[in-house]
Structure formats: C-alpha cells, structure tokens
Design a protein. Structure first.
Length: 287
C-alpha cells in the first residue's frame, strides 16, 4: 500500500542516519512494508502491534515470512497467537498487551446506576466492523412487545434500513465522542454482538463508563471481560442470549453491582497501564 511504502522510506532514512533504538509499528497489519529486508544492526529492535483476527491477517499480511525479523510482536488477543506460530515466529517473541481506553474521558455519569430504576431500560450497541447486525435486529425484534426496553444503536449508515419501522430502536450514525459518551452513560448494558474480534474500542469504552456487557464468546471478546462485569453466551444460542438479557435487566441490584465492577475492570485497561506494559517490553529488548 502507498502509505506503507512512505513509512518504510522514512524509516530507512532514519536507519541510514545512524538511528539506534526501537522501531514500533503501532498498526503493523496495515503499515508494514519491506523493513524486514534491511540487514539487522546492533542497537535496533523491530516491534509490531497487530490488531486483526487471523482470518483478516491472512489477507492483510502479504509477506508473512517477514514476520520472523521482528524482535517482538504485540497481540491484542491470544486468539492471534497460533497464526503467528504457524508462520515461524518464535513463541517468546509474542506478547499479548490488551487494548487500552481513556478512563478519564470515558467515565461513569454522576448518577451512574440510577437509570436502572427509572422503569425504561436502555440497551446500547455500538460499532461497525465485525458486528452481527442480523442477530442484533433479531434481539431487538424479540423485545418489541416490551415498552420498558429500548435499544440505541450507533452504527454505519448503510445498516440503518434494517431497523426501519422498529419503534423500540433509535439508530444513529456519525456520533461525536461527547454524544457517544452520553449514549454509554445512559445505558443499562452494552449488547456486543460480533462475528469475529480481537479487541474492540467499544468494549473497553463501555466498561470504562461503568456499563456491563452482554456478549457472545467470539474471538478475543472473553479476554476483555470478567464474570463480575459481563454475561457471556455461546454463539448461535439465541434463546439463551435473550434470556440472559431479560434476567439482567430484571435485576436492578445486579445492574448496579456489575456497573461498579465494569469500571473497576476498565481501570486495569487504562492507556497508562498499557504504556507501562509496553515500556517494560521495550526495556527487555534493550537489556
């Protein structure tokens, strides 16, 4: 890709000028070009962070043999590990450092938990990539007869028509961060339905706002959740999924308890914590 080549040229110029230290591709899935073909030099370490699930890595990483030149590869989820092992990357070079979240911005509302007592439950679903919109529509349709349950969906404009005419659904696109924050803060839970995933911004943002998660065991989703802040069901089991959501919404005490646990868990995923883990990895490469 053109952008990859531009980055590659800049880095080669830095190396020719005598650069020593760590070169870290933060979006290695998309930006990595041919830097692995530069002869290894003392004092230079190559690190890459990969975000995509294995099925997508097969399409994005055009020269997987080049991965062996990396001194360290950061994964978003342990579900990516086998793909790299299959392409000859030694186990000791693979490190899972989970995706972070801005816990200062994404924070609970002052009256967090009180909306669960107001008689109308709000379920939020956010995102586009890898989302299971047919299943989301099916869940919303199941709750249509209930006036006390409403869905707020923040997604791509091209999916909006699928929810047309559903009186219990508010569908929004292109929502600014401040409005997204309010969507999280007013929700009883995040309904997070995916077809594949390693990490999702939405997941950690909701947790950071004190929003418990109802999700399915897909990809890396379970790695970002605990029993205290989430309810996980098996893919394909629709009755259990809607039952889990019904039981959760029917118990305001549980909603408040899981809300507090969600925020607590998100604090372990703060960008400050991610930075600390990344620095520790850097130091191990330079020692």
């Amino acid at each position: 890709m053109g952008g990859s080549m531009a980055v590659d040229r800049r880095l080669r110029a830095e190396l020719r000028s005598g650069f020593q230290g760590i070169i870290h591709y933060l979006w290695c899935d998309r930006d990595f070009a041919f830097l692995d073909r530069v002869p290894k030099r003392a004092g230079v370490s190559l690190v890459g962070t990969f975000h995509h699930p294995p099925d997508q890595l097969r399409e994005l990483v055009r020269r997987p043999q080049g991965l062996r030149a990396f001194d360290a590869i950061i994964l978003m989820s342990s579900t990516q590990r086998d793909w790299f092992l299959q392409h000859g990357v030694p186990e000791k070079r693979l490190h899972v450092i989970q995706h972070g979240v801005d816990t200062a911005f994404f924070s609970p509302a002052a009256d967090s938990g009180e909306h669960a007592m107001r008689g109308v439950h709000q379920v939020v679903a956010v995102g586009a990539t890898g989302r299971n919109f047919p299943l989301l529509r099916k869940v919303a349709a199941h709750f249509e007869p209930r006036p006390d349950v409403r869905f707020v969906i923040v997604g791509p404009a091209h999916e909006k028509d699928a929810f047309a005419g559903m009186l219990n659904v508010t569908y929004r696109s292109g929502v600014p961060d401040e409005e997204l924050l309010n969507c999280y803060r007013s929700a009883d839970c995040l309904l997070h339905l995916t077809t594949q995933a390693t990490a999702n911004n939405v997941l950690v943002e909701a947790l950071s706002c004190g929003v418990p998660v109802i999700a399915q065991r897909v990809g890396g989703v379970p790695e970002y959740l605990t029993e205290e802040c989430a309810v996980l069901t098996e893919p394909g089991d629709f009755p259990v999924l809607v039952q889990a959501l019904e039981q959760f919404l029917a118990d305001p005490v549980r909603v408040r308890r899981m809300s507090a646990a969600s925020r607590l868990h998100a604090e372990s995923l703060s960008w400050e914590r991610v930075a600390q883990l990344t620095m520790e990895l850097y130091e191990s490469l330079q020692s």
